[in-house]
Design a protein around this ligand. Structure first.
Ligand code: UDX
Length: 730
């Protein structure tokens, strides 16, 4: 006994041979090797580059060939009684601790061979009753991870003949259930996960915990089994638990912490700056318009703004929507010549989405692309360096994180339900809101992603497609990638862009995007709010302090840039398309009393279904300006029953007689350009004998409605003048 204890204490890790089997360089195998190198473990890899002979292990029993390879490797060592062998699967295993700790814990068990345990009796459930009962922990053997003294493992491997496609787990199970053999080689199971953690069926027992490491170095994550109260050292995503392992591997071993961020991101990273121009990767940029989508013009502009040599980009465009034909045509007319080639599939071709997506992958190969980059019409790539950064990240498949601004909706799923649908991971919200930044291995991505074309070349192309019965194209594609054990990453290392919400776009409206202030407020603002709007609030703005005329053309009449020319033109267009201008008489059926004292030729916002949108605009953009200049008056939200566009023209109604407005304050936005679209016009405040005539398109006048600000509309002498009026807080 004394001898044996001495031996235990002095055991060197060089006396432990670590073996695995990996026929190919899969993403999972890379991860296995990275985790090994984190602890200076140097596994011997068996079968690399050979054809897999172990059968369909994914869906059926098999895997005997793994043990055959191990047997062959151990044959010359069979007598080495002092040596240990640690064997694990490769594609779905990661190390979480040092070899000497693994050995120490193994030796504490008194076993000469120790296998990992799991809650399922697989592959032959009828053997369940033959298993010894256990008071605590998992009862059944899993063959994906074991450790033992070489002579004993040799006895196990030579206990019985077996074929390549026989099941390795069944083979080991039978040995374990043979009581005599079990005793002879002291074969035990790690029921309580002291070393080995098989994840299938135990996800709820697993927790990620962290401890502060050295000061300033960020925390270290480890895996805890809360049922067995252990911290396992090797974990295995056996069977259906691959995505649990993928999730855990975003944190362990030491791949992420809140100070350094994503440690694993740096691995394999390339710098495109250092690549000679001729070797810059050739990209197939595939654009998909599969539904009517607001703000497609901006989407296309952003595509063109990508910082990447256009002479390295082939374009592929699939547009299924007539509504977007002009948008695409404008884009191709303007920019197509800059790209190496452009292939376009138009709505008349009636090519279904999944076919088009498949075709785009073929097209990528035909164009000898290095990188495939898909971008859907909802995916706004705001960061022009996105393509470059994603390529530099150098992963097989990686998506930029995109979210609907301010919402939890994004282009990835953190987890899957059993039947392959959406489920939320614990860290989903932290990732979506970029509380945690990094590169995350996830089971589903969509809307925008790059694929390294080596995947398309090295795998069976027919297995990488977008077609599956009853699944949409993205789900089919991700499901196919998952089946191939291809990792899909989503990156939020920096901000890349955002997602459009296309749900409520009504293309029967004139100017559909004008109605998008609720669904896509950020894009709405970018398109329709004046570029100088925020400057109105800049306390350092010189004019504000020194030249009050600039902002106050008449006493208590203030003047601000508020909407873009595009807004103005769109609003005019909405009204002219509607066309039912009022008669300009005192009778007005649109009003509650049916009478208008000072009538204009106008169209009310509610006549074009735009009143809620307008009120939102008032609340969000006008109210802060009012509060700024008329201090002390706070009405949030502002109310307004009279919101309308007025048309002045010489042959219709050129001017408006002096009047008060039924409002606390009135706003008046000039929608078109003086001396270009019309001549004359303006507003005169009679009490002050002060006129504002040089109105600017998109600028708003704001003034009290009654008592002091008796005013008139000055005569338009040629052309047509449009203004937008609201009587706020009547
Ligand atoms: C489970 C058991 O844990 C495993 O011992 C048994 O052989 C099969 O069933 P599972 O996780 O479902 O394993 O299978 P998977 O990881 O896909 O394959 C097992 C291992 O075989 C891989 O991790 C890898 O080490 C090796 N393998 C498999 C290859 O090297 N090439 C292949 O083409 C397939």
């Amino acid at each position: 006994l004394v001898v044996s204890i001495l031996y235990v204490c002095s055991k060197e890790t060089s006396d432990v041979l670590v073996y695995t089997v990996a026929t190919e360089q899969t993403n999972g195998f890379d991860r296995y090797l990275d985790s090994a190198s984190e602890f200076n473990i140097q596994p011997k890899v068996l079968g690399y580059g050979l054809e897999w002979k172990g059968g369909q292990v994914k869906s059926h029993p098999g895997g005997g060939w793994k043990l055959k390879l191990l047997k062959k490797a151990l044959e010359p060592l069979a007598e080495e009684s002092n040596k240990l062998v640690l064997f694990t699967d490769a594609y779905d295993v990661i190390f979480l601790g040092k070899l000497d700790e693994i050995v120490r814990r193994f030796q504490k068990t008194g076993a000469r061979i120790l296998f990992g345990a799991e809650p399922y009796c697989w592959p032959d459930a009828t053997l369940e009753n033959k298993y010894p009962e256990v008071a605590e922990g998992k009862r059944f053997l899993n063959s994906g991870m074991f450790i033992g003294y070489i002579p004993d493992v040799w006895k196990l491997l030579t206990r019985k003949e077996f074929d390549d496609t026989d099941d390795d787990q069944l083979f080991c199970t039978e040995a374990y259930l043979d009581e005599k053999f079990r005793e002879e080689v002291q074969m035990k199971l790690d029921h309580k996960n002291e070393i080995f953690q098989n994840l299938n069926g135990v996800a709820t027992e697993i927790e990620i915990s962290s401890i502060e490491d050295k000061e300033g170095e960020g925390e270290r994550y480890f895996i805890k089994n809360i049922a067995s109260r252990t911290e396992p050292l090797v974990i295995h995503g056996n069977g259906a638990s691959k995505y649990t392992l993928n999730y855990l591997s975003n944190y362990v071993p030491n791949v992420w912490n809140s100070i350094e961020g994503c440690r694993q991101c740096k691995k394999g990273h390339i710098e495109l700056e250092t690549v000679p121009p001729k070797d810059v990767p050739v990209v197939l940029l595939s654009l998909f318009i599969e539904q009517n989508t607001p703000f497609v013009e901006e989407w296309l502009e952003k595509i063109h703004m990508l910082e990447y040599p256009k002479d390295k980009i082939h374009l592929f465009i699939h547009n299924t929507m007539k509504f977007h034909v002009d948008h695409v045509n404008n884009f191709t007319e303007k920019y197509a010549k800059n790209y190496v080639s452009v292939k376009e599939i138009v709505p008349e071709d009636a090519t279904p989405e999944w076919t088009a997506r498949d075709l785009s992958l073929d097209h990528c190969l035909a164009k000898k692309c290095d990188i495939y980059f898909a971008v859907d019409s909802v995916a706004h790539i705001d960061n022009p360096y996105t393509l470059k950064l994603l390529i530099e990240q150098n992963r097989t498949v990686v998506a930029p994180l995109l979210t609907r601004p301010g919402k939890a909706w994004s282009n990835f799923w953190g987890a899957l339900t059993k039947d392959g649908f959406y489920s939320r991971s614990n860290d989903y919200m932290d990732i979506v809101h970029s509380v945690k930044r990094g590169l995350w291995n996830v089971p589903f991505i969509a809307s925008a992603y790059i694929i390294n074309s080596t995947l398309l070349k090295s795998r069976d192309r027919t297995l990488i497609n977008f077609t599956r019965p009853r699944l949409d194209a993205d789900m089919a594609f991700c499901s196919n990638l998952r089946n191939l054990d291809v990792f899909m990453y989503v990156s939020n290392r920096v901000d890349f862009g955002h997602l459009i919400n296309p749900d409520n776009l009504d293309i029967t409206r004139t100017e559909p995007e004008m109605y998008q202030i609720f669904d896509n407020p950020q894009d709405w603002e970018e398109r329709y709010i004046h570029a100088e709007y925020t400057e109105n609030f800049n306390p350092d703005k010189k004019e504000l302090q020194n030249d009050s005329n600039f902002f106050q053309p008449c006493p208590d009449v203030y003047w601000f840039p508020i909407v873009s020319p595009r807004f103005c033109n769109s609003l005019i267009n909405m009204m002219e398309a509607f066309g039912q201008w009022s008669s300009g008489t005192n009778t007005d059926e649109r009003l509650a009393g049916g009478y208008e004292a000072v009538p204009t030729r106008d169209i009310h916002m509610n006549q074009v279904g735009w009143e809620p949108h307008w009120l939102e605009f008032l609340q969000k953009y006008v109210r802060p300006l009012q509060e700024k200049v008329f201090t002390g008056y706070y009405h949030d939200p502002p109310k307004s029953l009279m919101n309308f566009v007025v048309r002045y023209r010489p042959d219709e109604q050129p001017s408006l007689r002096p009047h008060h407005d039924s409002s606390t304050y009135t706003i008046n936005i000039a929608l078109n350009r003086r001396n270009i679209d019309y001549e004359g016009g303006g507003c005169r405040f009679i009490r002050y004998n002060c006129s504002v005539v040089d109105t600017k398109q998109g600028w708003l006048l704001i003034h009290p409605g009654r008592l002091t600000h008796f005013h008139e509309g000055l005569k338009v002498t040629s052309g047509t003048r449009y203004i937008m009026i609201s009587f706020v807080d009547p």
